[in-house]
Design a protein around this ligand. Structure first.
Ligand SMILES: [Zn+2]
Length: 216
């Protein structure tokens, strides 16, 4: 199909009046779906992926499309970046796009959340981690710095690190997310490197990016 015809047809499904071009067609799991004609009939494709290929170009093999604006139904090509799956997840975590707060299962499915006397730790009081038996007690600050360095330089996976230090994967992941052993410098370093890896081609500055992702 002729490029102009494709653009005109595609652009019927959103308005360009905002910063984000929000998809008005079918939405599936937060992402726009677009129906295209192929030799074999009609087929649904991701609207944002289609947008990327229409306005920017072919998506490089093995790359996924990340929403810099965190609006999954947005199809503005300026807000789309082709990144690796790993970068995409890191970006989502950094921007708090993974289910947290009001969107987490605990809120959307409150019945799955144990409260009061049904709480796991009330039913299993011996399972409450005491300081000395807690995985974190095995580690000290130099280990923490090593762990973060090894992971972020892609030298090792979180699973490998967990094995090496003899602690659980969830301990490692909370260290990597800066939830435990909180370090402000680490947070800034991670933000800068993620910004560089995901937004290097965008016109957004670090400050604008932080604002857009609602990072304090
Ligand atoms: Zn957007």
């Amino acid at each position: 199909m002729d490029q102009l015809v494709s653009v005109n047809k595609f652009e019927r499904y959103f308005n360009k009046d905002g910063n984000c071009w929000l998809w008005k067609g079918t939405i599936h799991a937060g992402y726009g779906r677009y129906c295209v004609k192929t030799d074999k009939g009609h087929r649904y494709v991701s609207a944002h992926r289609y947008s990327y290929e229409l306005y920017i170009g072919k998506i490089p093999e093995k790359l996924v499309i990340n929403h810099l604006c965190n609006n999954t139904s947005c199809v503005n090509p300026e807000h789309l970046e082709a990144v690796t799956q790993k970068q995409n997840i890191a970006y989502a975590v950094l921007c708090g796009r993974t289910a947290k707060g009001a969107k987490s299962g605990a809120h959307t499915k409150p019945w799955t959340r144990c409260r009061g006397e049904n709480h796991y730790y009330n039913l299993n009081p011996e399972k409450i981690l005491r300081e000395e038996s807690h995985g974190m007690a095995k580690l000290a600050w130099p280990d923490i710095r090593n762990i973060r360095e090894e992971y972020n330089s892609l030298a090792k996976t979180a699973t490998e690190i967990a094995k090496e230090y003899g602690v659980s994967l969830s301990n490692i992941s909370s260290i990597l997310r800066n939830n435990t052993w909180y370090d402000e410098n680490y947070r800034i370093n991670v933000l800068v490197s993620k910004y560089n890896s995901v937004c290097s081609n965008s016109k957004m500055s670090f400050e604008e990016w932080k604002e857009k992702c609602r990072i304090e």
